[in-house]
Ligand binder design. Structure first.
Ligand SMILES: [Zn+2]
Ligand SMILES: [Zn+2]
Ligand SMILES: [Zn+2]
Length: 74
């Protein structure tokens, strides 16, 4: 039997093993719905502490996901 948990970040109802990370900015536990990985430092952030930046590369839009720390130094 799986215990169900409510994610404190995105409010999804998930099983315990889907809560598998900690946002490095707000230190809340992230579930598989709101977990994001920063493209630059490869650390885990929640969906509120990561920002998408779209840059054009060879005429193609290319999405970068950056945490709040990397966003400042980009
Ligand atoms: Zn966060
Ligand atoms: Zn979540
Ligand atoms: Zn980062």
């Amino acid at each position: 039997m799986n215990e169900l948990w409510q994610c404190r970040i995105c409010r999804s109802i998930v099983t315990r093993d889907q809560i598998d990370g900690v946002c490095k900015t707000c230190t809340n536990h992230t579930c598989n719905h709101c977990k994001r990985i920063c493209d630059k430092c490869q650390e885990i952030c929640c969906m509120f502490h990561i920002e998408s930046k779209i840059v054009m590369r060879n005429q193609q839009p290319f999405v970068h996901r950056l945490c709040w720390v990397c966003k400042e130094v980009w």
